[in-house]
Design a protein around this ligand. Structure first.
Ligand code: SF4
Length: 389
């Protein structure tokens, strides 16, 4: 790829990441960060029998429970020890916002170092979907996005990512979400951060989300979506994993000229490279790729954009992608705002007429700072950032 001068000046996401990450230190090691062998060794270090590791996995993955003080199958004298060694508190609820008659719950979590992230649980008639964060902030710098404005603070550990899932699974079972007790069925990596820029921790989490209990939460890999802004090496790596997870690509623009402006990562991996990689993912996984497209008034939501998008997708053949246009949930004081409903409809009609599967995504939680990063941005991003100021 030929690089422009601007590209050369811009640091790569990995460089930004490692500098920040080293400065912050790592979150405490948690049960969810360990392999099963490491759990056994740790149990033995504490003077516990090997089988105790399996019992703990059963508590964690099958019952979504970390309250070791109440583990009646453990000797009372060992419970405190177990709690400290395996289940340090990684995410602490700071604020909770509820919308859509109690079926949407957005939670702001504080991490061990004062950093803040969010997750959103959305209950529908036939499924319950949790949208989770994989990084504190995001280094991708999309100008219309609240998280992008915060910049990247650090990567999240596998344990921090999985704890969002465990707590949501527990809330569903406990009937905390309107509609009575139920089951968490879907997980989407569409919260704060770029999952491909924290690949190892994200994949570690994905494997445990989809493994059957007591090795994992038992949520089908087909119900897990990994979203990326177009980090091509990450898409290629995921393709090679052979997991039937869904890939979602946040395209937001059909041409390089426009996408360079809306998604700075496009200057590194352009639309052709991103679509090539996405199509290869489809060919290998046999899973239709989701194309996410935030509709921004007068920017990327006109008929010409829809026509070009359809042409770019049809270039690869039929039925390999599903477009999800979603009206932008604007951030305060931003010049990027949501499309007019009539433009949304025209956009959708053009795609349909061109034979492209497309569904206008609902905007759950619009009244609760629904776009990724809005709640955290409002709360000042991270405590550590405040301390620095
Ligand atoms: S839109 Fe996604 S990739 Fe872009 S800055 Fe926001 S969180 Fe990061």
């Amino acid at each position: 790829m030929t690089q422009t001068a601007t590209q050369e000046q811009k640091p790569a996401f990995r460089e930004v990441l490692s500098k920040e990450h080293t400065r912050r230190g790592k979150p405490p090691l948690h049960f969810a960060d360990m392999t099963q062998e490491e759990r056994v060794s740790k149990a033995q270090e504490l003077g516990l029998a090997r089988f105790r590791a399996k019992q703990l996995a059963n508590h964690y993955f099958a019952h979504h429970d970390v309250a070791a003080a109440d583990f009646s199958d453990f000797p009372a004298a060992d419970r405190e020890l177990v709690s400290q060694a395996f289940f340090p508190e990684l995410i602490k609820e700071e604020t909770r916002q509820i919308a859509d008659q109690g079926t949407t719950v957005k939670t702001l979590w504080e991490l061990f170092d004062g950093a803040r992230i969010e997750s959103v649980l959305m209950r529908y008639p036939k499924r319950a979907t949790l949208c989770i964060s994989s990084q504190v902030g995001c280094g991708m710098d999309c100008p219309f996005c609240a998280t992008g404005r915060m910049g990247l603070t650090r990567n999240m550990s596998t344990g921090e990512i999985l704890e969002q899932v465990r707590v949501a699974a527990w809330s569903m079972e406990a009937g905390e979400i309107a509609g009575g007790p139920g089951r968490l069925s879907n997980v989407v990596f569409m919260g704060m951060g770029e999952p491909m820029a924290n690949y190892k921790s994200v994949l570690g989490a994905v494997r445990q989300i989809c493994a059957a209990p007591p090795e994992g939460f038992g949520i089908s890999a087909r119900n897990i979506t990994i979203s990326t802004v177009g980090v091509v090496p990450g898409i290629r790596k995921l393709t090679a994993e052979g997991l039937p997870v869904r890939l979602a690509v946040s395209l937001h623009a059909p041409s390089d000229q426009l996408r360079d402006e809306l998604v700075p990562m496009n200057r590194r991996f352009n639309t052709s490279q991103v679509l090539d990689a996405a199509h290869d993912y489809y060919l290998t996984s046999k899973r239709r790729v989701s194309i996410e497209y935030a509709l921004m008034r007068g920017i990327n939501d006109q008929a010409e954009h829809a026509r070009l998008l359809a042409k770019r997708l049809n270039h690869y053949g039929d039925d390999w992608a599903h477009v999800n246009p979603i009206p932008l949930n604007p951030i305060e004081g931003s010049r990027w705002t949501a499309s007019k409903p009539e433009d949304e409809q025209t956009f959708l009609d053009i795609l349909h007429r061109a034979g492209i599967a497309a569904t206008l995504r609902d905007t759950r939680g619009e009244d609760i700072d629904g776009a990724c990063g809005q709640l955290a941005a409002k709360q000042g991003g991270s405590r550590s950032e405040e301390a620095k100021a």
